[in-house]
Design a protein around this ligand. Structure first.
Ligand code: ADP
Ligand code: MG
Length: 277
């Protein structure tokens, strides 16, 4: 990557508005994940579907980065491509500077569906199995990591339960624990709470923020809900309807401003950008 194409992030600013660290202000930050001019298509027998068109964005370490757009705008397709399951017809996806060409344990996916666990394995075995088969960890270390993350998502009491005995929310917690236990560079979450009732959904969003406070993992989160995007994200990429193109990139608001006029204003602004032409 050439020097000129590197992004210089705004330096942290202290309360009086001066850069907190004059050195940091001049050091260009390297993105963890870089999506550059990515066009994604599906070839069916009789036609070509363009799911996204020349999408650009960059995710930095510890971002909670949200892709927001209406159904069918290519959010899942983008996530699949970042996961390494689909090759761009144009543009490139780079993780830590290396082009993504296939799936890998450095990118873990959490889906919307409740049936993403292995039904014949317990909660604990589901997490452990992912760690050992991928070679991410083995033996005592794998066991320790498994218990640590099951504990983190509040499922220690259910470690030996099987998926069919759990609620949808609990199954999502297992999928998240499994993803986090792999300690990927980026956790990819595709509308993970969309099938949950409103109260559970809110609880899961808060839990995700608590987990993030703990470990500052990097997450790329897909949603079609403006409210969820603001609640979960630090940065939000707005995508236009089919084919998905970048409309804007915005900063979200800090959690302490949720429920205030700042949230309502941002919601209205996003709504205008997404739906008023
Ligand atoms: P979103 O996740 O934003 O709802 P998707 O990424 O699922 O959108 O889909 C984007 C577009 O690609 C849609 O028009 C959808 O119909 C199409 N599409 C998705 N998957 C396939 C597929 N396997 N074959 C053909 N077209 C597809
Ligand atoms: Mg989708």
């Amino acid at each position: 990557m050439s020097r000129t194409s590197q992004t210089v992030r705004p330096a942290p600013v202290d309360a009086v508005g001066t850069p907190a660290d004059p050195v940091a202000a001049t050091v260009p930050a390297t993105p963890l994940l870089e999506v550059s001019g990515v066009t994604l298509q599906y070839k069916t027998t009789d036609h070509l579907v363009t799911a996204t068109y020349r999408v650009d964005f960059q995710v930095f370490k510890s971002d909670r980065y949200v892709l927001l757009g209406p159904s069918g705008c290519g959010k899942s397709t983008l996530l699949k491509a970042i996961g390494g399951y689909l090759e761009p017809v144009e543009g490139a996806i780079r993780l830590n500077g290396h082009e993504v060409t296939k799936p890998g344990p450095d990118r873990m996916m959490v889906f919307q569906e409740f049936d993403q666990l292995l039904p014949w394995k317990s909660v604990r075995e589901n997490v452990l199995f992912a760690l050992t088969t991928s070679g991410r960890a083995k033996g005592a270390e794998a066991a320790e990591r498994t218990d640590h993350y099951i504990n983190k998502v509040g499922l220690a009491k259910f470690a030996h339960s099987f998926p069919h005995t759990l609620s949808g929310g609990m199954k999502q917690r297992v999928a998240i624990a499994r993803g986090m236990a792999m300690e990927p560079d980026v956790l990819l979450m595709d509308e993970p709470y969309a099938a949950l009732d409103a109260l559970t959904r809110r609880r899961m969003q808060d839990e995700l923020l608590r987990l993030w406070d703990d470990t500052k993992f990097t997450v790329l989160f897909v949603t079609h809900s403006i409210e969820e995007a603001i609640r979960v994200g630090t940065r939000i990429l707005l995508l236009s309807p089919h084919p998905g193109q970048v409309k804007a990139e915005l900063n979200s608001i800090p959690p302490e401003q949720l429920g205030t006029a700042a949230q309502a204003e941002l919601e209205a602004r996003i709504n205008d950008m997404l739906f008023v032409h």
